[in-house]
Design a protein. Structure first.
Length: 370
């Protein structure tokens, strides 16, 4: 078998992107590669011959690593594998690293030094934080947008009620208050959208908000974009329609029920897909408005059951999430779902147009696309 010269291995270690450091039996650095130079900032000339504790926060941390190596608790005796510690760069930055290393012995078995391969954990931990951020984004979207759905719907009803019971002078004051609430709610919704965008992009910036403490940079606060003018729909154009609302959040069910009843609809509610199918078995409805993520049947499963049992009964899916993790929407569209999926909170005017498109397209303004 051909044996590679020792110089080959030394050149390989020298050019490694990871940190490679070797010390003698006195703890003095005798090998310091390019990866260590780039990460820690010291040149080989500056660090060789120095005690290894120079690269640790203190002598006790250096001793802790050597004790772990000798104990065999974190690998075979005389070795450590992925043992976490901290190095200190030339600029004073503390860098978390995982060291896999081994004691070096001579022919007689005497300890003559040690060598360590150290991996910078900052990028790994950043990726872990991004995974956590993605999970938080989904959780926030669901937990925040469902209450927002209820608040927006009830504000819509409240605004109509105030217009009916207040004088013109009183209405102007109350309308300003409602608009201010709507603006602040729109800001909350924009923040949730921004968190979702950051999670999907796989990167985010931070900004200092207190000395030494940082937070995710959610960008500058911008007013919500103005919607293009749409022809106002006639009042109660949905009157007489029967709608089944399906959502595992009862608050969302009730707020949509109240909103649709105000438009003259008859509304049934179900908190899961199985309950929705039971209602459909005993009552004819004109449209099913269903959440995407539910504990028993998700939106796709419910859509497929309805299509199989009730033919062309219109189904509209709604979601509080900002991405379709289980491809519920995509699979439903492939199977024939026609309507655009919208995110909660549901815009009341958008909801009315979607229902009209599905049930009474002839009542849509003539200039609108169907």
């Amino acid at each position: 078998m051909v044996q590679l010269p020792a110089a080959y291995f030394e050149r390989l270690l020298e050019n490694s992107l990871d940190i490679v450091i070797a010390v003698d039996c006195h703890g003095e650095i005798i090998f310091y590669n390019d990866g260590a130079c780039k990460t820690l900032g010291y040149t080989p000339e500056e660090i060789r011959g120095k005690h290894v504790s120079t690269l640790y926060p203190g002598i006790n941390e250096a001793r802790r690593v050597m004790a772990a190596m000798r104990s065999g608790e974190f690998g075979e005796k005389g070795q450590v594998k992925n043992f976490e510690t901290v190095l200190v760069a030339k600029n004073g930055e503390h860098i978390p690293v995982a060291i896999s290393g081994s004691l070096i012995y001579d022919e007689t078995g005497a300890e003559v030094g040690s060598i360590g391969f150290l991996k910078d954990l900052r990028e790994i931990r950043r990726r872990d934080r991004l995974v956590t951020l993605g999970e938080l984004a989904v959780g926030l979207a669901h937990r925040i947008n469902n209450p927002l759905e209820v608040i927006f719907n009830n504000l819509e009803l409240l605004e109509k009620h105030i217009a009916q019971v207040c004088s013109d002078e009183e209405y102007l004051v109350e309308e300003e208050r409602i608009e201010s609430i709507q603006r602040e709610l729109a800001k909350i919704r924009a923040i949730v959208n921004r968190i979702d965008e950051m999670a999907q992009a796989g990167k985010y910036d931070t900004t200092e908000y207190l000395r030494g403490a940082r937070m995710a940079d959610l960008g500058k606060e911008e007013p919500p974009p103005l919607r293009q003018a749409e022809k106002k729909l006639a009042d109660r154009v949905l009157a007489g329609l029967s709608i089944l609302v399906v959502d595992d959040d009862l608050g969302v069910c009730y707020s949509l029920r109240d909103l649709l009843r105000e438009e003259g609809c008859t509304v049934e509610v179900a908190v899961n897909g199985l309950e929705a199918l039971k209602i459909l078995a005993r009552k004819k409805v004109d449209l099913v408005l269903s959440d995407v993520v539910m504990p028993d049947l998700d939106g796709y499963d419910l859509y497929m059951e309805i299509r199989q049992r009730y033919g062309q009964l219109p189904v509209v899916l709604m979601t509080a999430y900002f991405y379709d993790k289980d491809h519920v929407i995509k699979r439903s569209r492939i199977e024939g779902l026609q309507e655009v999926i919208f995110k909660k909170p549901v815009d009341p005017d958008r909801l009315k147009r979607i229902i009209l498109t599905q049930c009474r397209p002839e009542l849509l303004p003539a200039t609108e696309e169907r």
